[in-house]
Design a protein around this ligand. Sequence first.
Ligand SMILES: O=c1ccn([C@@H]2O[C@H](COP(=O)(O)O)[C@@H](O)[C@H]2O)c(=O)[nH]1
Length: 278
Amino acid sequence: MTTPTPFGARLRRAMDTRGPLCVGIDPHAALLADWGLDDNVAGLERFTRTVVDALADRVAVLKPQSAFFERFGSRGVAVLESAVADARDAGALVLMDAKRGDIGSTMAAYAAAYLDPAGPLFSDAVTVSPYLGFGSLRPALEAAERAGSGVFVLALTSNPEGAEVQRATTAGGGTVAQAVLDRIAEENAGADPLGSVGAVVGATLGDTGANLAVNGPLLAPGIGAQGATAADLPKVFGDSARNVVPSISRGVLRAGPSAAALRDAAAAAAEELARALG
Ligand SMILES: O=c1ccn([C@@H]2O[C@H](COP(=O)(O)O)[C@@H](O)[C@H]2O)c(=O)[nH]1
């Protein structure tokens, strides 16, 4: 059996060749309406196919938000399965935004869902929540390593409510978020060119005071609809800018339903973000 190329190495290559932009696939009911689509499975299918067809051959990462597919039940999940496969076939890395977190034994089932190459939702990476304890993520970390996939751990989320948990002080005197970041850095120790365990750090946060040197990718949501701009990135990420994967959903999707307009919006965002990240 051949050893798969680790996600971190695949992501670095994609960022170097396509630029670091991640576009989120978030089929909000309001966006379906804006695109002239019905808020049903047929509308979801058309929306998703349009985004994948327009962008999967050019952006480094596509990030479907699982919740928007789950709300349609099994037929919505079937649309998600096709989107993952089609996006990967077209060359994009797929980051499943599912934010799973549970006790270890249940985490193993989530890992089977997203990180087992034989599964219908197998993705290049998945978002997970460490707030049942970082150790509870072990089954996902191990499954990802076996598959050559990645795991993005919520550290400092883009929403204002995150601070009450993430900036709380631990018994050791640091913040909860820093403890998470330190554990991510341990997972990535020695990885070259980039570890496969990422951190989620909102682009909305300004200077967090956190040490973001985790030797892994830093997913930066919050650009566009949540108010952050490319100009905010240097303040948030400082010396870690090279590892930032800036993520935009509505800010690009609002350009649809024209495929050309989606491509133009993604290209304009990519250029602005690349300039800001140096
Ligand atoms: O801290 C986080 C973690 C994840 N997200 C997700 O990213 C997108 C953001 O969508 P926009 O339309 O660009 O605001 C969405 O799927 C969130 O669930 C985040 O925003 N913040």
